[in-house]
Design a protein around this ligand. Structure first.
Ligand code: ATP
Ligand code: MG
Length: 191
């Protein structure tokens, strides 16, 4: 799986799917994979358990495979992070000398593909909004691929990420709505 271990994806989502993936989900994954390297900026929204994280991990895997195929061994092809990690990482620099704020932010700007999961999980502070806008704006300038995941509705998502990101997303992508039933069922994995 090449670089995928370095991409920070949750191990759970590297395990094979228990069932046949549903058609609508596969269609979205196919579209997302086709956009790798185009500077895409998409939102992935929908209720809990509809496979949004799993879909993003499928795109990360593809990006890693393509990087190996193309011999791009030096840069990390993709990075998966919870949005909270961005703020925790930055806040971590306040107490430690190990890394500067800029170095932390650059680590989110550098990867050709970035997935920020649970985008709605922010403190609502202006500082956090500014950091998120900065990372997305820099990635937009560099035409790097970004996926933002949230369990909000379309309207809530737009309000949550704000006008700067919505404007760039309108130009470079779309909001994919995962509007099928949750894949999380009580019996899953216990058969
Ligand atoms: N296409 C699929 N077919 C079958 N099972 C799936 C599919 N996608 C995801 N799953 C499984 O469903 C569960 C939920 O998936 P996932 O965590 O990706 O959902 P999510 O949309 O990110 O949910 P949340 O909004 O709560 O983070 C996981 O156990 C996952 O393995
Ligand atoms: Mg998820």
């Amino acid at each position: 799986v090449g670089h995928v271990r370095g991409a920070g994806v949750p191990a759970r989502h590297l395990e094979p799917l228990p069932d046949e993936p549903c058609h609508e989900w596969v269609t979205i994954v196919r579209l997302l994979r086709a956009g790798i390297g185009t500077g895409m900026l998409h939102g992935l929204i929908g209720k809990r358990g509809t496979g949004k994280t799993r879909a993003a991990v499928a795109v990360v895997r593809q990006a890693c495979l393509e990087a190996v195929r193309d011999g791009e061994g030096s840069v990390r092809p993709a990075l998966y992070r919870k949005t909270m990690d961005l703020f925790l990482d930055v806040r971590g620099t306040f107490k430690s000398e190990a890394k500067t704020e800029r170095e932390v932010l650059e680590s989110y700007i550098l990867p050709p593909l970035l997935v920020l999961d649970e985008v709605q999980e922010r403190g609502g502070s202006e500082f956090e909004d500014r950091m998120l806008n900065y990372v997305i704006d820099r990635r937009y300038d560099l035409r790097r691929d970004t996926l933002l995941i949230s369990n909000l509705t379309k309207g809530e998502f737009a309000a949550n990420v704000g006008s700067s990101i919505v404007s760039r997303l309108t130009e470079c992508g779309t909001v994919f709505e995962f509007d099928f039933p949750s894949f999380r069922t009580p019996t899953k994995g216990t058969a």
